[in-house]
Design a protein around this ligand. Structure first.
Ligand SMILES: *Cc1c(COP(=O)(O)O)cnc(C)c1O
Length: 420
């Protein structure tokens, strides 16, 4: 992305116009720090790339679901892709327009379908026959009609990390083409359902056009076939997945992505829907952390920091590489560090083999942490989750408080005495 909201000025790392050291001073560490401008720039870049065709960006809430961020995107006109009733509650609280909400997920429960029907969401992305049957019966019982797409699994290899590839037959997502076609025909004869679109999502952190366009072509074949049999779709939802640069990836420019998609679409009139998450949020956030101590085991240098795998799971979960920088780089000698947290797991690392100059008390940032960062955090080792701070120019806002030990213990209850 053209703009970087986390840059050095006079040898100090800033978030927009505020030194990160000042954020650490004011709010403590570890803390997620987001840039307002970076979110807006990424959203607009995506939206503008499709300006010449009717479309709707449905931000994928699971990438970063803080209500303040959802509200910011809702005000820009964004729709939302949700995967749970909890995410729907967040969108509604943030003032999101329910008609611009699409609901994905292989295991939507009765209460979630009911809640979404009551809210009047724009589309259910149906992922199985069982879901379609349940949704129709709830809709009939409430005397409403559920707008649906069928999520097609196009059986293409997205060539991304296996945990985030979703478009292969061996993955649990969507239904195969033949089943999709059957479900569409069945839906036309089922009370409580109205067919509005078709949906696919082949995976995340996609950096190649090939699989994206292959999948789209397979979806379009089905669109045309359905059209020929009288089932006319209003929209085509191509999911999310556009990748970003963490390290040395060569991600697609959003305009290249849009150009190829619009060309493949040809003169079909359907509105396009997209569900980008990572592209909007990843580069808009960093995790700010303080070095507790440095130590050496034999030849290995470790920087033990106050953030850990429970705060940022991607390195442990996917062996993901995220850039680490010193907030106030000094002039000392550099060592090859493993940056690790205090959690009792060998898998608790944030970065390995990084040339850094670090001492106890220094601040670091882990970059590209705005997506799948805070949302994947946990309380493992009874650690409170980090605060979330949003910076806009020279102002900062706490959009989620740091969890206290009290918060962590609040939901647990002792057993009755007679059980001992
Ligand atoms: C996770 C997910 C997305 C968002 O993926 P990104 O890679 O963050 O863009 C979109 N749609 C569905 C159905 C998803 O599960």
């Amino acid at each position: 992305m053209a703009m970087s909201s986390f840059e050095y000025r006079d040898g100090e790392l800033y978030a927009e116009d505020i030194p990160l050291a000042q954020i650490a001073e004011q709010y403590g560490t570890p803390t997620y720090v987001y840039s307002h401008a970076a979110f807006i720039e990424a959203y607009r870049a995506f939206d503008n790339a499709f300006a010449r065709h009717p479309h709707l960006v449905c931000y994928s809430v699971k990438a970063n679901s803080n209500i303040a961020i959802l509200e910011m995107l809702a005000r820009l006109g964004s729709g939302f892709d949700i995967v749970s009733g909890g995410e729907l509650a967040r969108v509604l609280k943030a003032g999101g327009d329910p008609e611009r909400v699409v609901f994905s997920g292989v295991g939507k429960q009765r209460w979630e379908l009911t809640m979404a029907l009551e809210a009047g969401i724009g589309c259910f992305n149906v992922e199985s026959e069982a879901e379609m049957t349940l949704l129709a019966s709830i809709a009939v019982s409430k005397n409403v009609v559920a707008p649906i797409s069928i999520r097609v699994n196009p059986d293409v290899d997205a060539r991304t990390h296996p945990y985030i590839a979703t478009g292969l037959q061996e993955n649990k997502f969507g239904v195969d083409r033949t089943t999709a076609s059957e479900l569409y025909h069945r839906a036309t004869a089922t009370d409580g359902l109205r067919i509005v679109g078709i949906d696919c999502h082949i995976g995340s952190q996609l950096t190649e056009l090939g699989p994206i366009i292959d999948a789209m072509e397979r979806v379009l074949e089905l669109v045309d076939e359905l059209g020929a049999s009288g089932i006319v779709l209003e929209h085509i939802d191509l999911g999310g997945g556009l990748g970003v640069r963490y390290h040395d990836e060569d991600p697609l420019h959003v305009d290249t992505y849009a150009g190829a998609i619009l060309q493949t679409l040809g003169n079909r009139p359907q509105k396009l829907l997209f569900e980008p998450g990572r592209f909007i949020a990843a580069e808009a956030g960093v995790l700010l952390s303080q070095v507790q101590l440095v130590k050496r085991n034999g030849e290995r240098h470790f920087a033990v920091v106050d953030a850990a795998m429970n705060d940022l799971m991607r390195p442990s979960l996917y062996n993901a590489w995220q850039k680490v920088s010193e907030v106030n780089p000094g002039g000392g000698s550099r060592q090859n560090y493993s940056v690790v947290g205090p959690v009792c797991e060998t898998g608790d690392f944030l970065a390995r083999d990084r040339e850094l100059c670090l001492a106890a008390g220094d601040l670091i940032t882990i970059h590209t942490a705005g997506a799948y960062g805070f949302v994947m955090s946990s309380n493992y080792n009874t650690r409170g989750r980090p605060a979330e701070i949003l910076v806009s120019r020279d102002r900062s806002f706490c959009i989620r408080k740091r969890e206290t030990i009290e918060d962590l213990l609040a939901l647990e209850s002792p057993l009755p005495a007679d059980l001992y």
